[in-house]
Design a protein around this ligand. Sequence first.
Ligand code: HEC
Ligand code: HEC
Ligand code: HEC
Ligand code: HEC
Ligand code: HEC
Ligand code: HEC
Ligand code: HEC
Ligand code: HEC
Length: 435
Amino acid sequence: MSQDLLVKRSILIFLTCFAFLLSASSLLAGEYLDSAHGSSSIGVFRPIIGNSPPSGFNYSRGNCAHCHEQHASIEGSEPAPSTGGPSSYELFARNIDTAQKTGPFIEADNFCFYCHNSPTSAQAVLNNDYSQSFGCAPQGATTIMTTMNQRSYHNLYDIWLLAKDNFAWFTADSNPCDACHNPHLAKRNWANAKDPTFSVMSKPTDHFALWGTTETMDSSYNTKYEPPFCSSSLLTREPDASVDDAAGRASTPDYVAFCVTCHTTTDTIFSTSLNRNLSTIDWGNTGDKHGLRLMDGTVSTKEPYDPSSGGTDFVLSCLDCHEAHGSGSVMLMRRRANGSDLTGTIDTFETKDWGLICLKCHIDDDEAGIGNANYWEYVHHQVSDAPYYKDGPCTGCHTRGAGFPIDCQECHTHSGTPTKADTQGSGIGTYRIPF
Ligand code: HEC
Ligand code: HEC
Ligand code: HEC
Ligand code: HEC
Ligand code: HEC
Ligand code: HEC
Ligand code: HEC
Ligand code: HEC
């Protein structure tokens, strides 16, 4: 045995002790072994330490040391700090580079990207976005890093800032991915999409448990939650082509409660990538109509939300419209919703292209039989409870460019007030339209 290998063997013994101490204090071995990372069949495995000698050291798949090692003591790269002791949490690479304030991200920006990326310098892990794993979309980005390197993404730096100030367990050295995941517990929901006990999520306020195993859209909202269509035939539901609505809602974790742990009705969240504060989110009964707030009058929605087929006052899941990590459209918008792909992407904020996602569930002029796809005269001017009459000069409202259309987000935002309606002299005033 070479001197080098001997040293590494003794470090292995040290690490095993380290792991024992740690596991005694905060980790239940069973839970870890049931996690995706701890699994002996699909879990963590860095060939550089897992292979048989001489190319590796025979660490078994799932061993903690595939992530934890002392200060580059086995085969890690030199993490920060470059001098003065082991890196935080004794990981094989730096947990987070907080100097990286916006994307695009590279492997060295985040410890998780040493594996959740491809190719990698550790272990490539393939993952799909929500639209695909749970919404029947065709192949999109294939790793978490590439998903986050699209037009919009949950900015890791801002999440780190927010979590550090709000959740006691989260330290300045913690990983922003861990604000939503516990790497010792997370399971593989996508491979068991119809079984929420395989949750990937941990609420930042309850980090040492999985979220959504029993807390489902069914247990929280019952039939007020209508799982969207999944397959293009419109015969199955999310998640992952569930046979019917009951099966779908029982299999969908309560993403609303998860997301609003951070996106509260009161807290100001600053986004470095958008360079502004985000609007608050209110899914309660005085907030958005896509939440618990009742609709007024009639609603012009398609199946499976058609009120004429029985249901009213639906509550949507955040992930019916949003991705969790990133998207080719702005604002983490999904590329497929309610059983069909978006025609194109939503590239800017000031646009009528928002209609591309609305029309997945609402009746546009084409569906109403009065005009083209993604034109919206019907719901605003023609339906019985239309909000705007076409009296007075059309230019009172339709003044920008050719006048048509008016950009949707001037009026439709979460918990928002229209920001530009007044300058159009429309008389629309401070109409608040939480959608
Ligand atoms: C050493 C490689 C490695 C590192 C580092 C790593 N992962 Fe993983 N991760 C894996 C493997 C392997 C799986 C399971 C295999 C699979 O799902 O294909 C997995 C699975 C997961 C899952 C469960 C969902 C799924 O696709 O199975 C989550 C969530 C997850 N990882 C998050 C993280 C987070 C967060 C970090 C950083 C704190 C991280 N991972 C770091 C290798 C790694
Ligand atoms: C997929 C990589 C990965 C694996 C495998 C892994 N850990 Fe961790 N562990 C992490 C990361 C990342 C952190 C830092 C947590 C944070 O960002 O706050 C961490 C933190 C910890 C902590 C500090 C307390 C806490 O939970 O945050 C302990 C203790 C710990 N790990 C023990 C273990 C033990 C013991 C094992 C094996 C049984 C293990 N870890 C396996 C990635 C991993
Ligand atoms: C704001 C919360 C949040 C953050 C931050 C976050 N995730 Fe996730 N992640 C989720 C949610 C919710 C899901 C379940 C839905 C899904 O699969 O898209 C998920 C799913 C996953 C999955 C399984 C994907 C699949 O194939 O279905 C992996 C792996 C994962 N996350 C890794 C990461 C890594 C690595 C990071 C950091 C770079 C990260 N997550 C940051 C919320 C988050
Ligand atoms: C751990 C706290 C946390 C959780 C949980 C969380 N978010 Fe966020 N979210 C943030 C922060 C911080 C920002 C600001 C950074 C940014 O713009 O990406 C943000 C930004 C966003 C944005 C704007 C993204 C953009 O284009 O910049 C959307 C959309 C969003 N979140 C949706 C969600 C959804 C949906 C969920 C649930 C799956 C969720 N968030 C869960 C912290 C969180
Ligand atoms: C019906 C589709 C839909 C649902 C459901 C939905 N959103 Fe959104 N969300 C949007 C659209 C469209 C935008 C962009 C317009 C805007 O900024 O308000 C957006 C923007 C956001 C933003 C950025 C707000 C800003 O200041 O620009 C956040 C944060 C967010 N959503 C979080 C959530 C959370 C959390 C939930 C669940 C409680 C949720 N969304 C449910 C469609 C939806
Ligand atoms: C995933 C399906 C879905 C998507 C996508 C969607 N909606 Fe909705 N929307 C609904 C449902 C269902 C209702 C009825 C809510 C209820 O019953 O309380 C609704 C209600 C509304 C209402 C209240 C109508 C009333 O008469 O009270 C407005 C306004 C609205 N949506 C606007 C939008 C806009 C704008 C978009 C695109 C940015 C959009 N919606 C995207 C499903 C959706
Ligand atoms: C009180 C404000 C208001 C007045 C006055 C008004 N509209 Fe509209 N109109 C809207 C809003 C809001 C929409 C929805 C956004 C959009 O599609 O431009 C709309 C949509 C339309 C659309 C669909 C455009 C598209 O591309 O989606 C047509 C066509 C239209 N209006 C015609 C007219 C005509 C013709 C008049 C005058 C006889 C008129 N409107 C007066 C507010 C108004
Ligand atoms: C000047 C403000 C304004 C603009 C701009 C605007 N809308 Fe609306 N929209 C409204 C109002 C007001 C309602 C009625 C809301 C209600 O009943 O709660 C409405 C209702 C809707 C509905 C719900 C229809 C239903 O099912 O009852 C949809 C969908 C919608 N708008 C889509 C759009 C789209 C897409 C655009 C951009 C092309 C747009 N709107 C632009 C004010 C506006």
